[in-house]
Design a protein around this ligand. Structure first.
Ligand code: BGC
Length: 829
């Protein structure tokens, strides 16, 4: 969010009658006055669910007597388990949390009420450097230097000499754990290098609606893929020393007036779809979680006892802290419902009052909120800081000012390192080859026509629009808070011309999207015409070309369809490249005989041009796979953003498709997509053979009872950490098979495992539960393994509040996409 804007008038309606200033201070090291308040603790908030009998929980993730086979006794998030294409170990951050908690408790015990309240209330009304700021506080002998919280999920926002990484949707399209982990490591290093304590990412809401404005910040439309990407990103970011923040918790799947909508979701769908990436983030040791603007089943996300206290802090055993999204706090009593920190501090931007601050002090003073709860809030926040060892000497100071480019805090520290190499590699690895009539990779081409404004630079430069709120030139990022400044932006035209110099070929271009006569005369007689089109979206506080964050339709921008058709009518070797935030309807031209190849390139960051050139010219054999379905008609998808509502009439968004999100819906309804989830071609071909599934012997007596119980189809007890218990997540079966490269190019394949639950289980026909990646030379055969856990083979039993194995036979398919099964098996349980 951009702080200067005034927004969310709606929130004001829910302001407590007694909300007022919590005092002011002038520097980031002063404290907020809170003891002078005489405010009575009466509040008219919107909490509609009963607060649970316990006000909070801080119990650690269950940690058995080590060593447990398959459990990595990690001492620190700075030293996580190594990345693997088939992870078989579950990290145990319990000991590291315990140590951080004991240090934090010791520190918090020395603080006055003011100090504790200041720890949980963002700093406002003063010169701030980061998008979120917690003031410095001195305890008895310990100095806590405060916290800098900064966007975004693809780099460091509002500063210079940073790297603009590929968006989350591209990270997901690689289906490559190693690349995703590295992206996290490098983003974490960039944030730390600038002095950021808490990086506000990853963004892990689900791509439920193909038009969802912020989908590109996240990891696609499948909970398993999104869960893997969340897990690797958190492990990577935190291994660099920065605190990650899993956002936006939860059911925040569209960009329309956020505080005026209630996402209504049943408990099974919540557990199996929307919670999965948050659960995986907790298992990766995420230090913080951001609650979202919307309501969930009629209760605001930041005062939702069910999602915060019961699920996140109890069932998942989350030991870090929950911060509000910017101005998403709706009451002081949110603290009882599980909110630990309010951001940016004031109720609405520049409103000069806070639900925490003096109000929180008053509520604690008269016993409405237990003093122990305030201790817990403060302790969770300081524990996150100790957990990442940010108390150690040498943690960098904040070296930028988000809001004043001329301020002397801007030290212009270069945190780019050689991260551009990963950006380029991930850009290529996330490009999905949808169609290829044998024309790619390009060979022996003498003349090229490069067509479309998306091939070249924008007139205003890469950062010409605030928060990237314009679509001019090549699209390499969406718009909103999930952005960074580009340090530079290599366009496709620039990268292809660099090749032409070496290849001694000729390049013409035509970047006007609407002059069809002009473009046709340019592309005629050229060996190949490469047409670039795009589609943009972003966060709802900015409207671009009539799109209020969410996309108005699934059509290419700038008349892309007509442009492609015009080119294809004049050149019989027309290659289409899309830079799109999500699915497009491509029916107008996909089957055109002169459209000889289609590359789906997402939004790839600063090296976008080099990345696509690497794929076009065969330096990289495409291995990206679709992280969502491309339909034939927009109406084929199960849901779309719903707009309407208002401050006094909360809009109901019923997640009535339940478990049937994206490909699950197409499969169940027998709708043929244009390109299915998981689809993607290679310049090579791969064969699968020799399937085998083996149970993993449980060699430890620890949790043996729980496993026997599960195998008998019985539920386990709901309680602290019950959904993150090791026995549920360590490998239960290994599936092995042979993979052979039957083509002529070296390249990577992404074998995918889809589970088919018994029909009366209520599950969709196919559910992704595993994938790996393998790179093979022509003719080479490799044995490949995919491990599955009991969690992967369970469904959520609402009555028992437990993960259970459904009755009946569970079968599975291993193949190249959600609809390209190659090997079939049965789980021997
Ligand atoms: C966004 C968050 C972001 C925050 C701070 C909000 O508008 O929803 O994702 O981290 O602003 O900029």
């Amino acid at each position: 969010m951009f702080p200067s804007k005034s927004l969310f008038v709606a929130a004001v309606l829910f302001v407590s009658a007694n909300a007022q200033s919590s005092g002011s201070s002038t520097t980031s090291t002063t404290t907020t006055s809170s003891t002078t308040s005489t405010i009575p603790p009466t509040e008219t908030g919107r909490i509609t669910l009963p607060i649970s009998s316990y006000p909070f929980t801080r119990f650690p993730t269950p940690s058995g007597p080590p060593p447990i086979t398959g459990v990595f006794p990690s001492a620190s998030p700075l030293d996580p388990p190594a990345v693997s294409s088939d992870p078989t170990i579950v990290p145990d951050f319990g000991p590291a949390w315990a140590e951080a908690w004991s240090k934090a408790q010791a520190f918090v015990s020395t603080l006055s009420m003011d100090g504790k309240v200041n720890l949980v209330t963002g700093v406002f009304l003063e010169s701030i450097l980061c998008v979120g700021n917690i003031a410095a506080i001195s305890g008895n002998g310990t100095y806590f230097p405060g916290l800098c919280l900064q966007d975004s999920p693809l780099g460091v926002r509002f500063t210079d000499f940073v790297t603009a990484f590929p968006a989350g949707i591209n990270a997901a399209a690689t289906w490559n754990r190693e690349l995703i982990r590295h992206r996290g490591v490098y983003m974490g290093a960039g944030h730390k290098g600038k002095g950021v304590n808490v990086a506000l990412g990853p963004m892990i809401n689900m791509g439920r609606n193909p038009e969802g404005g912020r989908n590109w910040e996240g990891f696609g439309a499948d909970p398993f893929l999104s869960g893997v990407a969340a897990y690797e990103t958190v492990l990577g970011m935190q291994s660099s020393g920065v605190q990650a923040c899993a956002k936006h918790y939860i059911n925040f799947e569209e960009a329309w007036y956020l505080t005026e909508e209630s996402s209504n979701v049943d408990d099974r769908t919540e557990h199996e779809i929307y919670l999965q990436p948050f659960l995986k983030s907790v298992m990766a040791g995420v230090a913080s979680v951001m609650c979202s603007y919307n309501l969930i089943n009629d209760t605001y996300a930041c005062e939702n006892d069910r999602t915060l206290n019961q699920i996140l802090k109890t069932e998942f055993g989350f030991q870090g802290y929950v911060m509000s999204d910017w101005s998403a706090t709706m009451s002081t009593l949110s603290a009882v419902a599980g909110l630990d920190m309010t951001m940016p501090g004031d109720i609405t931007m520049d409103s000069n009052n806070s639900y925490f601050g003096a109000n929180l002090t008053a509520f604690v003073n008269n016993g409405t909120i237990a003093a122990s709860r305030l201790d817990d809030m403060a302790t969770r926040i300081v524990a996150g800081w100790y957990f990442l060892q940010q108390d150690q000497p040498g943690y960098p100071n904040v070296s930028f000012n988000s809001y004043d480019a001329l301020d002397s805090h801007n030290l212009h520290i270069d945190v780019q390192d050689d991260h551009y190499e990963l950006v380029r590699q991930m850009g290529a690895s996330s490009t999905v080859l949808l169609k290829n009539n044998g024309v790619l990779p390009l060979k022996n081409i003498r003349s090229y026509s490069i067509v479309g404004s998306d091939a070249g630079p924008g007139l205003l430069g890469p950062n010409g629009y605030t928060d990237r709120s314009g679509d001019d030139g090549v699209l390499a990022m969406g718009w909103g808070s999930g952005t960074t400044q580009f340090p530079y932006l290599i366009t496709p035209l620039e990268a292809i011309q660099a090749r032409a110099r070496v290849n001694r070929s000729s390049v013409n271009w035509f970047l006007n999207d609407f002059d069809y006569t002009g473009v046709q005369s340019t592309v005629a007689e050229q060996d190949v015409a490469i047409v670039f089109v795009n589609a943009d979206s972003g966060e709802g506080y900015i409207t671009v070309a009539g799109n209020y964050g969410d996309r108005n339709n699934l059509t290419a921008w700038h008349g892309g369809d007509q442009l492609i058709l015009a080119v294809a009518s004049a050149n019989n070797n027309t290659i289409v490249v899309t830079h799109s935030v999500g699915p497009l309807i491509i029916e107008p031209w996909v089957d055109h005989p002169n459209v000889t190849a289609i590359l789906w390139a997402g939004i790839a960051g600063q090296e976008v041009g080099n990345a696509i050139a690497d794929v076009l010219f065969g330096d990289w054999n495409p291995s990206g796979r679709l992280p969502y379905t491309i339909a034939k008609n927009a109406s084929d998808y199960p849901s779309e953003p719903i707009h309407g509502g208002g401050p006094t009439s909360i809009l109901k968004i019923d997640y009535s498709e339940g478990l049937f999100v994206d490909y699950r819906w197409f499969d169940a309804m027998n709708i043929t997509p244009r390109y299915e989830f998981g689809y993607g071609l290679s310049y090579s071909t791969f064969e699968y053979s020799n399937l085998c599934i083996t149970p993993v012997a449980n060699v430890d007596s620890y949790d043996a009872g729980a496993i026997t119980n599960w195998e008998a189809g019985l539920p386990s007890l709901w309680g602290v950490g019950s959904s993150t218990a090791f026995w549920l997540h360590t490998p239960a079966y290994t599936i092995t098979f042979d993979l052979t490269n039957t083509g002529v190019y070296y390249g990577g394949e992404i074998p995918q495992l889809y589970v088919h639950f018994p029909t009366d289980s209520g599950e969709p026909p196919s559910v992704l539960k595993g994938f790996t990646n393998a790179n093979l030379s022509p003719g080479e055969t490799q044995s490949v393994t995919i491990s599955v856990s009991r969690y992967d083979l369970s469904i959520w039993d609402i009555g028992a509040q437990s993960w259970v194995k459904p009755n009946g036979t569970i079968t599975f398919t291993v193949g190249a996409s959600s609809r390209d099964g190659r090997l079939y098996g049965t789980v021997p349980v």
